[in-house]
Write a protein that binds this ligand. Structure first.
Ligand SMILES: NC(=O)c1ccc[n+]([C@@H]2O[C@H](COP(=O)([O-])OP(=O)(O)OC[C@H]3O[C@@H](n4cnc5c(N)ncnc54)[C@H](OP(=O)(O)O)[C@@H]3O)[C@@H](O)[C@H]2O)c1
Length: 278
C-alpha cells in the first residue's frame, strides 16, 4: 500500500536506509536532512524510488512547519512519522558543558516532541497513523561516559510510553525501536566527545580513555548491520498494531534482560569492570 512517510535524519545510518527501505516497499518517503545540500548520496541511491529529500533541521521550527505543510499540500495526509534524527555525546557527566547538554536534549527530545506535535492533528483527523521513535538501549540502561545521551534516550522512553496511551484512541500507533550498537556514522563521522573530556589533569581522563577504547572495539567488531534496524523501522511505519518496545541486536536484548530480571548489583559490577581502568 502506498503510504506517506516522513523520516528525519536521512543523511546516513538508519534514517537513510529506512527511507530507501520504505520506498522499496511502495511508500512515498519525505526524507528529512539537517542540511539539504547533503542530499546527493541519498538521491543517487534512491534512483527512481519515491524518495523526496526535504530540508529538515529538526531543531528549526520553520523547517518543521514547512515540511508538514508541504506534505499535507502534496499528499493530503501523513501516514507515518519516523523520529530518527539523533546525536550522541561521550563524556562524564561532571565534565559536560551546559550547551552540550542542551544540544543533545534539543535534538533527541524537544525536537521529537515538536515534530510529533506538528503531525498529530493530521493523523488524528485521518484516525490512523504510526509514530516510530528511534530510541536506544541507552534509554533502558546507562553506561558511564554516555550519561547525557542516556538521559535523553530515557526521556524519549517516558514521552513515548505516555504518548502511546494518549493517541491510541485516535487510531495512532506509537512504537519505540531500541538498538544496541550498529555500524552507522554515529560511531564514525558523528561520534562526539564532550570538549572537556580527557583534558589534562582531569580526574576522569583515564576513565574516558578506557570508555573510548571500549567504544572503539564495539565500533570495529561489535556493531550490527543497520539494515536490520531499517527493516524494523519500515515494518513499524506500516503497522497498525505492534508492541511499544522493539530492542534490536543481541547485546541490547541481553542488557535489557539483565536489567529487567537479573540482580542489578551484578550488572553494575560487570559494567564497572568493563569500563574502569585497571
Ligand atoms: N548506530 C547506533 O549504534 C545507534 C544505537 C542506538 C540508537 N541509535 C539512534 O539511531 C538514530 C540514528 O542514528 P544513526 O545511528 O543512524 O547515526 P548517524 O548515521 O549519525 O545518523 C544520525 C542522523 O541524524 C541527523 N541529525 C543530527 N542532528 C540533526 C538535526 N538537528 N536535524 C536533522 N537531522 C539531524 C544526522 O545528520 P547530519 O549528519 O547531517 O548531522 C544524521 O543523518 C539516532 O537517534 C541514534 O541515537 C543509534
Amino acid at each position: 500500500m502506498n503510504k506517506t512517510v516522513l523520516i528525519t535524519g536521512c543523511r546516513s545510518g538508519f534514517g537513510k536506509l529506512a527511507a530507501l527501505e520504505c520506498a522499496r516497499r511502495g511508500n512515498t518517503v519525505y526524507a528529512g536532512l539537517r542540511d539539504l545540500s547533503t542530499a546527493d548520496p541519498l538521491i543517487a541511491e534512491a534512483g527512481d524510488l519515491p524518495v523526496i529529500p526535504v530540508q529538515l533541521d529538526v531543531t528549526s521550527a520553520a523547517d518543521r512547519e514547512q515540511v508538514v505543510a508541504r506534505i499535507l499540500a502534496e499528499r493530503g495526509r501523513i501516514d507515518a512519522l519516523v523520529n530518527n534524527a539523533g546525536v550522541a555525546l561521550g563524556g562524564y557527566v561532571e565534565q559536560v558543558d551546559e550547551d552540550e547538554v542542551r544540544r543533545v536534549f534539543e535534538v533527541n527530545v524537544i525536537a521529537v516532541w515538536a515534530l510529533t506535535k506538528a503531525v498529530l492533528p493530521a493523523m488524528r483527523q485521518q484516525r490512523a497513523g504510526s509514530v516510530v521513535m528511534v530510541g536506544s538501549v541507552s534509554g533502558r540502561l546507562a553506561l558511564p561516559g554516555l550519561g547525557i545521551y542516556a538521559a535523553s534516550k530515557h526521556a524519549l522512553e517516558g514521552m513515548s510510553e505516555a504518548l502511546r496511551h494518549e493517541v491510541a484512541p485516535f487510531g495512532v500507533l506509537v512504537t519505540l525501536v531500541e538498538p544496541g550498537p550498529y555500524k552507522t556514522d554515529i560511531l564514525g563521522r558523528n561520534r562526539t566527545l564532550s570538549r572537556n573530556a580527557g583534558a589534562e589533569g582531569s580526574p576522569y581522563a583515564a576513565y574516558t580513555a578506557k570508555a573510548e577504547q571500549l567504544f572503539d572495539t564495539i565500533a570495529e567488531s561489535g556493531a550490527g548491520d543497520p539494515q536490520d534496524v531499517a527493516n524494523k523501522i519500515a515494518d513499524l511505519a506500516q503497522a497498525s498494531s505492534a508492541g511499544l518496545r522493539h530492542p534490536m541486536g543481541g547485546s541490547a536484548r541481553v542488557r535489557i534482560l539483565m536489567k529487567d530480571h537479573g540482580p542489578f548489583a551484578l550488572l553494575e559490577w560487570a559494567i564497572g569492570k568493563a569500563t574502569r581502568p585497571a
